[in-house]
Design a protein around this ligand. Structure first.
Ligand code: LLP
Length: 419
């Protein structure tokens, strides 16, 4: 897939703009995305599916900035959402509600109602109880809910346990063996219209085999449903395609689709996908500045101004993410742990990295365009970083850095006690 960053003699650029100049102008920590990279990663899916009826629903959770969603909406993308908040973002970005699929294990009646009113493509229903609530909510609005059941195909995605979702032991979906019964119940509900089936077995998959295994199980279910006179309009195989963080060699969308499409030969159902990470991860970086270099005798630390509150993936999943100075330096190379200012030992961005750096240098944390800013928090009362979008020779601020004012917004002191 397209990596947004290019290196010229050790100096890093996105679309011709030096990351050093971005860091100097906009400060750090900051997120920087490439519009060309986001577009190109989306178009790779579109091209791979040129000969098949399809709907690519970008998983908004990966990076939900409205300018990112706008970029994808302009290319005709649909969206996979998991909350009303994400739905409002899609609408604000000009996304087409009739191309939205609504995933998530805990949709509320309020969320269902809003999605029904704007006319989303379908609800990916995860339990019988949810189906009942959706039916009664739709009845109360005098609308019909288009439904796909999210089934759990019990396939091992062989990824990090926190981001594996397709095993029986996970909380997601309906056991595939019980699905025919649930479909039959759904077929009898007055305000439910069955349109599809879906699954999502996990994230950061670097092997095609689990995707194929999951689809094979889904197709057995589709055939079983046909015998019960339940016909589907689409098959949604979720997201999950991995990216290169270090040395992974994930399949391209084209490799992936070349393995999937033959299984769908002769079938008329539309293929729906929900890719997130593979579209935005390598389209973005996080910039941070070295504040101090410090050694405790055994270890060298590069203390930077970006922390686990800005990018939690290393702390939460022990994720390995590449980090490099944005400008080549002649400093001596040492092995560093790159750590942030948050008061937790788990606050690190990278460990044991060989770097030639000095205090004041800017560093680029690669592959940060997905599950980066969206997972950030205000922990330690740290204002959240800005997001910038590079588009050719333009740099757009697509989210301002939070101010201390923003940080306190909405909080209230208790009334002064009267004595
Ligand atoms: N569809 C559903 C129903 C999902 O739950 C997810 C991701 C996706 C699509 C998109 O998957 P992707 O193409 O991005 O792999 N925060 C973790 C990843 C969590 C993924 C959750 N679900 C990380 O930073 O690695």
């Amino acid at each position: 897939m397209y990596n947004a960053v290019t290196s010229q003699n050790g100096n890093l650029f996105i679309e011709g703009t030096a990351l050093e100049s971005i860091a100097t102008q906009f400060g750090t920590p900051s997120y920087v995305y490439s519009k060309a990279a986001i577009s190109s990663n989306f178009l790779a899916y579109q091209t791979a599916l040129a000969d098949k009826e399809h709907l690519i629903c970008y998983a908004v959770k990966a990076n939900s900035n409205i300018a990112v969603l706008q970029t994808l909406a302009e290319l005709g993308a649909g969206f996979d959402i998991v909350s009303s908040g994400e739905l409002e973002r899609v609408l604000r970005a000009g996304g087409d509600p009739s191309k939205v699929v609504f995933s998530g294990v805990a949709k509320t009646a309020v969320e269902m109602r809003r999605a029904l009113e704007v006319g989303i493509h379908c609800f990916n229903v995860e339990s019988e109880a949810e189906l009942e609530l959706l039916n009664s909510t739709a009845a109360a609005c005098d609308l019909t809910a288009a439904v796909s059941l999210r089934v759990n195909p019990d396939v091992d995605a062989q990824t990090h346990p926190y981001i594996s979702t397709g095993l029986k032991e996970n909380k997601f979906g309906i056991d595939i063996n019980l699905a025919p019964q649930v479909y039959q119940r759904a077929a009898q509900m007055s305000h439910i219209n069955i349109v599809g089936v879906d699954c999502h077995i996990g994230s950061q998959l670097v092997d095609i085999a689990p995707f194929v295994a999951a689809l094979e199980r889904l197709l057995m279910l589709v055939d079983e449903l046909a015998e019960l006179n339940i016909s589907l309009q689409h098959i949604d195989i979720g997201g999950g395609l991995g990216v290169r963080y270090e040395t992974e060699e994930p399949p391209t969308p084209n490799d992936y689709m070349s393995a999937i499409l033959p299984l769908l030969n002769g079938r008329s159902e539309t293929l729906v996908l929900e890719p997130g990470r593979s579209i935005t991860a390598n389209a973005g970086v996080m910039l941070t500045q070295v504040q101090y270099l410090k050694s405790n005798g055994e270890k060298n630390f590069a203390i930077v101004d970006g922390a686990m509150n800005d990018m939690i993936r290393p702390a939460l999943y022990q994720a390995w993410m590449d980090i490099q100075p944005v400008t080549a330096r002649s400093a001596e190379t040492h092995s560093y742990d790159v750590v942030g200012p948050v008061c937790e030992t788990g606050d690190f961005l990278a460990k044991d990295r060989s770097l030639a750096i000095s205090a004041g240098d800017y560093l680029c944390l690669f592959s940060a365009g997905a599950y980066g800013f969206v997972m950030s928090s205000n922990y330690n009362s740290r204002p959240r970083a800005p997001e910038l979008m590079i588009d050719g020779d333009q740099v757009h601020v697509i989210r301002q850095r939070e101010s201390l004012e923003d940080l306190l917004n909405g909080e209230q002191l208790l009334p002064v006690a009267r004595g």
